[in-house]
Design a protein. Structure first.
Length: 155
């Protein structure tokens, strides 16, 4: 079975605590456990690189416009993120789950995925980003409930 980067990230989210993932001393053990779980070495490398990119962005302030500004997507972003995906991000922002800064981080992390991006992947990346952002715990819990229990909540 072909495991994707997002499958591996979801597995990490569901089976490990944030501190375990951030501790570089745990990385060799986690790599062994992930390989034993059937994930290919290449995907394990990509997952750790993706998580390192997320951690690096955590301390980098993102420049964003006013809270009521409309986000215009660059052509390469619009190509990777469907109208449905972009609409979902706008919906989360309107609900107050995503801030302009967290939205930008989600978009950056989605573009870092080598896999095709669909709505389900957007939901998971939003959740992974919020969980890894200090002060976003409440938004992460709300989004987690939406992802796990409410199915299609755009309508």
């Amino acid at each position: 079975m072909k495991e994707t980067l997002l499958d591996l990230l979801m597995y990490l989210f569901e089976n490990y605590h944030e501190g375990e993932l951030e501790d570089s001393d745990n990385q060799p053990t986690l790599r062994i456990e992930l390989a034993a779980a059937g994930f290919p070495e290449e995907e394990i490398d990509h997952a750790f690189a993706w998580l390192e990119g997320l951690a690096a962005q955590r301390n980098t302030p993102l420049v964003a416009g006013q809270a009521d500004a409309l986000r215009v997507y660059a052509p390469q972003e619009a190509e990777k993120l469907s109208v449905e995906c972009r609409g979902f991000l706008l919906h989360l922002e309107q609900l107050g789950i995503l801030t302009p800064q967290s939205r930008e981080l989600v978009i950056e992390r989605l573009l870092a995925l080598e896999d095709e991006v669909d709505l389900e992947r957007v939901k998971w990346v939003c959740l992974l980003v919020l969980i890894n952002q200090p002060g976003e715990e409440e938004s992460a819990v709300h989004l987690e409930d939406m992802v796990y229990y409410q199915g299609d909540f755009l309508h």
